[in-house]
Design a protein around this ligand. Structure first.
Ligand SMILES: [Zn+2]
Length: 81
């Protein structure tokens, strides 16, 4: 069953392929070409249950990723304005 309106604001949802980042424990995973429904007004992103299940399956099976990002991480506690 496909959602047709945003549960946040009630506006229409538009199908889009998005880049989705998923936090999993301490790890961050990124998924490209994720079919999603995006609210035309507030931008809230909704993933179908099957898409969420597929993402979970990919994380658990951990196949070879297409590519890696190298992400610099800073702690603001170590810097001042
Ligand atoms: Zn909305």
């Amino acid at each position: 069953m496909q959602r047709s309106t945003c549960a946040q604001c009630g506006s229409n949802l538009e199908p889009q392929n998005i880049t989705h980042r998923q936090q999993w424990g301490d790890e961050l995973y990124e998924f490209e070409s994720v079919p999603a429904l995006v609210c035309v007004r507030c931008g809230e992103v909704w993933l179908e249950a099957e898409v969420g299940q597929l993402i979970e399956k990919i994380i658990q099976q951990h196949p070879q990723p297409k590519k890696y990002h190298h992400v610099p991480v800073f702690s603001l506690a170590e810097f001042t304005l």
